[in-house]
Design a binder for this molecule. Sequence first.
Ligand SMILES: N[C@@H](CCC(=O)N[C@@H](CS)C(=O)NCC(=O)O)C(=O)O
Length: 229
Amino acid sequence: MLTFYELCGAQSDVCFSPFVWRIKLMLAHKAIPHQTETVTFTDKSALAGSGVKTVPVIKHDEKWVSESLDIARYLEVNFSGNPLFETPLAAEQSVIVNNWVDRNIVMPMFPMIVTDIYEALDEANQEYFRTTREPRLGGRKIEDMRAGRDELRAAFKANFGPLESILQNNEYLSGKAPAFADYCVMGSLMWPHIISNFDPIVESVELRVWRDRMFDQFDGLAKNAPRAV
Ligand SMILES: N[C@@H](CCC(=O)N[C@@H](CS)C(=O)NCC(=O)O)C(=O)O
């Protein structure tokens, strides 16, 4: 049995973590049966046996695995079905894609949607979120972040080049069908989609067309996911 732990806000069906979404899509890609448990920022008691405090986490039989990249590799080795990586070497090299996406897609989106994340949390989680996240905003208050996000979005566009150039010649980042790189980016874009009405990639036609394809995967798993807005 595999248990998948995800993060929710004030509404228990609203799952907004970019890293959790990567794994949610990969579990669907490999058609791995699983049950889901949710944690919140302030109540991670379900993860007690794992030794970690960030999600995604999976428990497969008695084994705990954390860190989205490690989970992706674990799923590939331990479950047959649709591959996430073309070769074992590609699985090793996926750290490059993973780090690129974390730095160039996830991190720049944070200030654009941080106010929306805050608003989707209950009071206790808001307090935790403010204490842990405001230091990452260079001393600015969460409530003040919406004001500058149009300029941040305009600058963010410059990061899309490597993705757009692939999508000009391919339907998916992994070629003819989605695989690890697609889920890594799409999981990240589910973060603003679930939590906000602000679309950080609105200006990229290539990314929007690709995102629509990804929304439709697995009978609309991403498209039909409950949103906070
Ligand atoms: N590098 C980790 C990042 C995971 C991560 O930062 N998860 C966040 C949610 S988006 C979390 O669980 N935060 C818990 C907390 O801040 O207390 C991965 O790829 O799994």
